[in-house]
Write a new protein. Structure first.
Length: 326
């Protein structure tokens, strides 16, 4: 008898069958079928519905699962794989949905856990991004700077009546003499050395790392053998992360840093090269000694920064220097 087109009643594969036989086996899935039913199955159009039918045949066992969506049939065979565009698309959709369902919740959970871990911490460098452990999530308010106060004279002098509110202050200085230039700042029972230099000098020096309470009637004691000028400023300006200069310097405020960062430094002078890092409004808990060397220097050192804080550097040098935060 002649072979006629048919369709397997189990897997739907297109096959040719001998219409003289009562039954036969599918060459694709191995399932036995009734010949007349397979021929009639080929003549009838497939039913249209809004379900995805997933038929998994493994070793003769069949598991069916129905899901709302487009009409499609997915078949897995242990022998004789038959692929078409419809099967491939359904495979990809199932894989994508499974991947998203498993990994997206895990991703967001890990991200939220990382945010919680980075927002606190205590001790220098002990809390991830918090660095020195301030734990705040907002930047400190920069106070309105005090008007600069300028003093000048020649030779040894004492300047009194210096009134400062709480905050950070630095002084710009110059000296035209050839001998000692020594400056001390005192208030109440406290006294600190600001400068101890020789000869013609100019630059900037830190007046106070942080005044927690206002000062009234502070005084500058100056020893000099030439004309000098001292101007007091409040730290409120901002600086870049890459600095360079000559001699003593006080940087502006630097923000946007957190965690441990390396700082690259160079110095070509023959005297002291001292660099300290201060946290704005942080008192002594945010102060760090970065470098304390004599002579030519080039190197990288680590510094701790706390998120949502401003910092500034105090540099004492007798030559050209550079500083870069990496």
């Amino acid at each position: 008898m002649p072979f006629v087109p048919a369709k397997c009643t189990s897997c739907g594969a297109a096959i040719d069958v001998d219409d003289g036989l009562d039954s036969a086996f599918c060459a694709y899935c191995g399932t036995r079928f009734i010949t007349k039913q397979a021929i009639n199955n080929n003549a009838q159009p497939p039913p249209q519905n809004d379900n995805i039918n997933i038929n998994i045949n493994l070793g003769g066992a069949s598991t069916n699962s129905h899901h709302d969506g487009s009409n499609a049939f997915v078949n897995f065979w242990t022998t004789g794989n038959r692929w078409d565009a419809k099967h491939i698309i359904v495979y990809l959709v199932i894989f994508a949905v499974t991947f998203l369902a498993i990994f997206l919740p895990t991703f967001f959970s890990l991200r939220d856990l990382g945010d919680i871990g980075g927002s606190g911490g205590s001790g220098a460098g002990g809390g991830g991004s918090s660095g020195d452990g301030s734990g705040s999530n907002t930047y400190p308010t920069i106070s309105t700077p005090m008007n600069p106060m300028e003093f000048n004279g020649t030779g040894d002098s004492v300047v009194t009546g210096i009134n400062l509110h709480a905050g950070h202050f630095y002084a710009r200085f110059s000296h035209a003499g050839t001998g000692n230039f020594i400056v001390r700042f005192s208030h109440g029972t406290s006294s600190s050395s600001l400068l101890n230099l020789i000869g013609v000098q100019s630059g900037y020096t830190l007046l106070s790392d942080f005044l927690r309470v206002p000062i009234t009637n502070g005084a500058l004691e100056i020893r000099a053998n030439g004309a000098w000028t001292i101007t007091i400023f409040e730290i409120s300006r901002f600086s870049e992360r890459n600095l360079q200069g000559t001699g003593h310097y006080v940087s502006g405020l630097i923000g946007g840093l957190s965690g441990r960062r390396s700082v690259s430094l160079t110095h070509n002078g023959s005297g002291n090269f001292i660099v300290r890092l201060y946290r704005y409004g942080g008192g002594t808990s945010g102060n760090q000694s970065i470098v304390n060397r004599i002579g030519v220097y080039q190197g990288d050192v680590m510094a701790n920064f706390s998120a949502f804080n401003f910092y500034f550097f105090w540099i004492r040098a007798n030559g050209d220097w550079t500083l870069s935060i990496n």
